[in-house]
Ligand binder design. Structure first.
Ligand code: VG1
Ligand code: CO
Length: 569
């Protein structure tokens, strides 16, 4: 093949957000749009991560992925990349990409040095919906801000990109290596099975026999909903073939370019089918399979509780952790349920900004084993992304462990029992999140600016708060969250506004960094209850007073014109 240098000009708005660049498909399909971003990424990396390197390119299979993969293959060839690894049919879940980066060896001993992940995660797909791209590093984790900032700077000055226009499209449906010769020698495209590296990793972490026993117990029922995302490519292999679950326990497990027209977001609003007819244990995933929702029979486990419960039980229930946990971490808006576990078990604890990239540094430095976010993301240092199927296997392991002596037909310890026992020991963090999606960007900014200003005067804050509800506790602290990475010392500012109350309650406001249109305001509300006689309340009811305070304090309706959130989780 030959290398063409194509002249281009900068395109506005290519700033990577919380997790890469996400836009409408029609935006990505504009001439040069994807090309500019990919070249800007190559130009942001050190030469050895491009020339002669091995890149992984795949994603959740959403609409436009197949075209994008061919473009990235051609640009990789032209930029001197030695080989591109592609999951069969272009499918790799985000956690599987991370696993492939860390575990896979090519036939010639090659190792991945970077990855383009093609996904807009839980956003809908299809010609009129979203596409996304993000770059992951050698450790299998999202590029840190120094790199994403550089990529963005490059998109503002780009003049040309390199592409092997005459390279034929590669058949990515067939496993095998296709070789080409370019000006600098050989270039290979290696199409491989999407699941095997990931399945092997899961088998090395969990006791599959114990989980299999649980799944075959007559009193246990199981259901997994992939919402037509890429998790389907793993669910059958793991749950049915390895663990012996019935095929009928898999819902929507055929990956589709448009996720069947649905919203591949695992929460009580979008994963409705699962909520309808409850099994003993239900779970769902998002489009790229890094998120998880965990359900008992008519019982919802909040993601903040989930990570705390996994941390509290990991050492006993999961072989990978049998030597103990190195530490635990959560994102700032995630509830403090994990903090309480860390205190009880005397574990190192970290609070990081939203987005998985901040956990990776801690893990690389051996400071963190288990971490999670309130946004249905849970994971561990087995990879450097959150991991939806891992979370399900972690829960199955815990349930299996708690029932190891009564699987032959007796009454099972249920998901609900496990959560209630946890609350009885550690107390309960009532928690909810209100999302206001696609709000006018200017209005959202103004609302946040107002809260930042207000935050500096606690006396004024308390006057307003008490005027709204006299029955809530005092605001004792308020700030804009700022994080100094304990490993590399880098500082991330403006990570959300926090109002902290005397009784441990919190209100957090932040703007989403993953939307593709307008602005999304997220409001996180949390209240801690230690008194065992008060831990059984309905969550929305328990949080009522704080919700009222949050909405009035922020003048939510005044700024946004919305009398109700788009989604409550
Ligand atoms: C959201 C979540 C955040 C998560 C991110 C990526 O970001 O709040 O916790 O890490 O999505 O997840 P934001 O900036 O919109 O609040 V995924 O599954 O979309 O890669
Ligand atoms: Co996701």
């Amino acid at each position: 093949f030959k290398v063409s240098r194509v002249a281009t000009t900068p395109i506005d708005g290519q700033k990577p957000g919380t997790s890469g660049l996400r836009k409408k498909v029609k935006v990505f399909m504009q001439p040069h749009y994807l090309h500019n971003f990919v070249q800007s990424t190559f130009n942001a990396l050190s030469a050895d991560k491009v020339r002669g390197a091995t890149l992984v390119v795949s994603g959740d299979g959403r609409y436009y992925s197949k075209d994008a993969i061919q473009i990235i293959i051609k640009m990789s060839a032209a930029n001197g990349v030695r080989r591109v690894w592609v999951g069969q049919n272009g499918l790799l879940s985000t956690p599987a990409v991370s696993a492939v980066m860390r575990e896979r060896l090519g036939a010639d001993g090659s190792k991945g040095s970077g990855a383009f992940i093609l996904t807009a995660s839980h956003n809908p797909g299809g010609p009129h919906e979203d596409f996304g791209i993000k770059y992951n590093m050698e450790n299998g984790g999202p590029a840190p801000e120094v790199i994403t900032d550089k990529i963005y700077e490059n998109t503002k000055t780009i003049k040309e990109y390199l592409i092997a226009e005459d390279l034929p499209d590669v058949d990515i449906s067939a496993i095998g290596i296709t070789s080409f010769t370019g000006p600098e020698g050989q270039f290979d495209v290696d199409v491989f099975d999407s699941a095997s590296d990931y399945v092997k990793l899961m088998k090395s972490i969990f006791d599959f026999q114990a989980i299999q026993k649980l799944l075959s117990s007559p009193s246990f029922t199981f259901c997994y909903d992939a919402l037509h995302g890429v998790a389907g490519a793993y669910a059958k292999r793991i749950f049915v073939e390895e663990l012996g679950a019935q095929e009928s326990s898999l819902l929507n497990c055929v990956p589709k370019e448009d996720f069947g027209g649905g919203h591949p977001d695992p929460n009580l609003t979008y994963a409705k089918e699962l909520v309808g007819e409850p099994p003993e244990f239900g779970a769902a995933a998002d489009g790229d399979a890094d998120r998880n929702m965990i359900l008992g029979k008519r019982f919802f486990v909040t993601p903040s509780d989930s990570v705390a419960i996994i941390a509290a039980n990991a050492v006993k229930a999961i072989p990978y952790f049998s030597d103990g946990l190195k530490g635990v971490a959560r994102s700032m808006p995630t509830s403090a349920a994990l903090d309480v576990v860390a205190q009880h078990l005397n574990l190192k604890f970290f609070e990081v900004p939203t987005g998985w990239k901040f956990f990776g540094n801690l893990m690389d430095a051996g400071m963190c084993s288990v971490c999670g976010e309130e946004s249905f993301g849970t994971g561990s240092d087995h990879i450097r992304e959150k991991d939806g199927i891992w979370a399900v296997l972690a829960w199955l392991s815990i349930i299996a462990y708690k029932n190891k002596d009564n699987l032959s037909g007796g009454k099972l310890v249920t998901v609900e029992d496990i959560v209630r026992q946890h609350w009885a020991i550690y107390g309960r963090h009532y928690y909810t999140r209100y999302d206001y999606e696609n709000v006018d960007a200017g209005a959202a900014k103004d609302l946040m600016a107002c809260l930042v200003k207000l935050q500096s005067d606690l006396t004024e804050v308390n006057k307003i708060v008490k005027g709204i509800r006299s029955d809530v506790s005092n605001v004792v602290n308020a700030d804009e969250f700022e994080y100094k990475d304990p490993v590399d010392g880098s500082i991330s500012k403006h990570q959300g506004i926090r109002y902290l109350f005397g009784d441990g309650s919190r209100l957090v406001f932040r703007l989403s960094g993953t939307g593709s249109e307008g602005a999304t305001i997220r409001l996180y509300i949390e209240q801690y209850e230690k008194d065992p006689s008060k831990i059984g309340r309905d969550s929305q009811e328990a949080l009522g007073p704080l919700v009222e305070v949050a909405l009035k304090l922020s003048k939510m309706e005044e700024f946004t014109g919305r009398s109700a959130p788009t989604v409550i989780t």
